[in-house]
Design a binder for this molecule. Structure first.
Ligand code: SAH
Length: 670
């Protein structure tokens, strides 16, 4: 068992996430201050243990957001001494909270692996008053009934009769209930007499589905179990009626230059985060449309910064240019490593030039910033930290040089570091890089008065190095852990930036659909993968608006393998079992399709039947397209809106000769 004391973080969590939102019950607050949430999480997630969010555990399930646990426990009004039933033990965390207050807790979990793990963890933390059973909780636990209170941690279509009947008179049952799988109302039922129950709606919530005899049926064919089941073996074909429904309920447009974005801006409303995706990293239309939307958000809705799926130091070079910083720029070219075309292209340059121009008339503290959220720049970041420290604190620069020296042998191929560090051939550099980060944090008060922005830059580079070191170490274990770490890093960077820019700040994020669409609605969740879209959705709820892009055919800039040269490739027309094919069949060549604010219930229900979606990355392999580029998703849960271009063209990357002509200050090439 880990012994690290995180009580400080727990106190902060209780203060800011729970008490601040109105939970007052002393017993609940004390319990939340006591139970170590990190113990119930997979190790890769433990650093997020006190974040304001649900998190993935094993078997595609989640541990609830701390606040929701506190809210539900408060809602059953425990005073101490009760017998409580929980349905959906999951990690066992909520059961531990209940066990702090009640006399005896019974908890049922339908997934055996989870039930076993939860039981083991509760035992090792000495919760002797909890009993865990593997089974279908919609039927309750009749042998121990009646109960003073019942908590259901998964959403059902109705309140199971078995559970109601197992309540004592005066007992309370709290359960999420909703007619679709993905959103519910939290209902509190009080048993007033033998046959009478009182029901109240107490909150809007989103839980994983309650699956069982008196819950959702996994095999149900209605498409409503979108969030719960995998795609049926028989793949849905394109139905003409459905394409017709799309045609009737989308907002078609003819040219990017003349598209009316006002309806979209209204749907975005006062969202604080707008996530804009792309279904390839090399499609001109996606870049242009994304930039147009971003310009409108900056001009009309006061967005504060743009965060991209690019590396911090490279984007910082662009930021230096667009915000007209006074200190001299670094002498190197931004985004010069593979895949260069992703950011070094005409489309991006148009936006960067626009932003520099837009910022020119503003006070320096009002200028719109441009940041990179990604973590592939291990060595560039080290270099930037050393450059900064040499300027502000040469002595510490010496220490940093020595500490980061541990990573130097891996400069050209950081992926091999992971293997070496794990097999013990080389010791891991973890301690040194963490120490460097804490040193920088400790020097905050000494460094920031000189220049807050530059300190932020160095600090962010140090955070990046810490996470990148871990990232390369974890790559060895496989893709899931490193994917989650990478998206966790992007999300943490976004949060630091929001904090840096203050309460009123608003962010536009540019990243691939696979990062910005809610992973929970896609097959990524089957593998336990999370992404920035899901983390934002969990933290910001409806104040986060996610837009996806899609295309049927055309050309795209991509490589055939990692570090390979860029090629202009033809995009194979979309497969019959894909969402893309549905959109293609609608007959409109370009449109916006509102999903969160879709008026046609029928269309939404139809779209909720899972289909395939295409994702082209920096690599495109048409030969193995189905296996390499299609994945299963439930579109209406994935995005709030989708933008469609039936036929698309590749971005225009810079030629070296063009770089010569650009002004000296231009960040892409000196
Ligand atoms: N209380 C949990 C959160 C659980 S998420 C925690 O603190 O970690 C909901 C859990 O309900 C999932 O693990 C899911 O597998 C489980 N579940 C869904 N339907 C169920 C059913 N009919 N009976 C028991 N458990 C169920």
């Amino acid at each position: 068992m880990k012994t690290k004391d995180l009580s400080g973080q727990r106190d902060e969590m209780v203060k800011h996430q729970i008490a601040a939102r109105g939970v007052r019950d002393r017993l609940v607050l004390d319990a939340m201050r006591t139970v170590p949430r990190e113990a119930f999480l997979p190790e890769t997630m433990s650093e997020f243990a006190y974040d304001d969010t649900p998190l993935p555990i094993a078997a595609d399930q989640t541990i609830s957001q701390p606040y929701i646990v506190a809210f539900m426990v408060e809602a059953i009004g425990l005073k101490g001494g009760e017998t409580v039933l929980e349905i959906g033990a999951g990690s066992g965390y909520a059961a531990a909270i209940l066990a702090q207050i009640a006399e005896q807790v019974y908890t049922v979990e339908r997934i055996e692996e989870l039930a076993n793990r939860a039981a083991e963890m509760l035992r090792s933390l000495n919760y002797h008053n909890v009993e865990v059973r593997h089974g279908d909780g919609t039927l309750g636990w009749p042998e121990h009934a009646p109960f003073d209170a019942i908590i259901v941690a998964a959403g059902g279509p109705t309140v199971p009769e078995s559970l109601k009947s197992q309540l004592k008179i005066g007992g309370r049952l709290v359960i999420p209930v909703g007619s679709t799988v993905s959103s519910q109302e939290l209902v509190r039922i009080t048993r007033v007499s033998e046959s009478k129950y009182r029901s109240e709606d107490i909150a809007d919530v989103r839980f994983v589905p309650l699956i069982g005899e008196e819950g959702w049926k996994v095999k149900q064919e209605s498409g409503l179990v979108c969030a719960a089941t995998k795609m049926p073996a028989r793949i849905p074909e394109v139905e003409p009626v459905l394409s017709q429904l799309i045609a009737e309920n989308c907002e078609p447009f003819e040219y990017i230059e003349t598209v009316d974005l006002q309806p979209l801006l209204e749907r975005i409303g006062d969202s604080r985060i707008v996530l804009i995706g792309e279904s390839s990293h090399g499609t001109s239309e996606f870049y242009k449309m994304r930039e147009l939307i971003t310009r409108e958000l900056i001009e009309k809705q006061g967005f504060t910064f743009v965060g991209i799926e690019g590396d911090w130091p490279d984007a910082a070079r662009i930021d230096h240019y667009v915000r007209h910083f006074e200190y001299p720029p670094s002498e190197w070219t931004a985004f010069a490593r593979f895949p260069t075309w992703m950011w070094r292209n005409r489309e991006v340059r148009d936006f960067v030039d626009w932003l520099r121009h837009y910022n020119a008339d503003l006070n320096s503290d009002q200028r719109v910033a441009f940041y990179g959220l990604d973590l592939y720049s291990l060595h560039r970041s080290i270099h930037m930290i050393l450059e900064y420290l040499t300027d502000v604190d040469p002595e510490t620069a010496q220490v940093a040089r020595r500490r980061y020296g541990c990573l130097t042998p891996w400069e050209s191929d950081p992926a091999t570091y992971g293997h070496a560090a794990l097999t013990g051939t080389y010791k891991s550099c973890e301690k040194e890089v963490i120490k460097m980060l804490t040193d920088l944090l400790e020097k905050r008060t000494a460094y920031t008065p000189r220049d807050g922005e530059r300190y932020l830059d160095a600090l962010q580079n140090a955070k990046l190095v810490t996470n990148a070191e871990k990232y390369y170490r974890m790559m060895y274990y496989g893709s899931r852990a490193s994917w989650n770490l990478r998206d966790g890093h992007m999300f943490a960077t976004l949060n630091s930036l929001l904090e840096h820019h203050g309460k009123q700040s608003k962010a536009v994020v540019w990243a691939h659909n696979s990062h910005v669409g809610n992973a929970n609605a896609t097959e990524m969740s089957y593998r336990g993968e999370i992404n920035i879209g899901q983390l934002c959705r969990n933290q910001f709820g409806n104040a986060c608006y996610a837009i996806g892009f899609g295309t049927h055919t055309g050309t795209v800039a991509a490589a055939s393998e990692w570090n390979g040269p860029m090629e202009i490739k033809d995009i194979v027309p979309s497969l019959p079992q894909s969402y893309e094919r549905l959109f293609h069949e609608s007959g409109h060549s370009k449109f916006l399709l509102p999903l969160r604010y879709q008026k046609s219930r029928k269309l939404l229900d139809e779209l909720a039947a899972r289909r395939l979606q295409r994702a082209i990355g920096v690599i495109y392999r048409p030969e193995t397209e189905l296996a390499s580029h299609y994945f299963e998703t439930c579109l209406p849960d994935q995005f709030d809106e989708l933008i469609w271009f039936d036929e698309t063209t590749a971005v225009t990357p810079f030629q070296t000769s063009e770089l010569v002509a650009t002004p000296d200050t231009y960040p892409f090439g000196l």
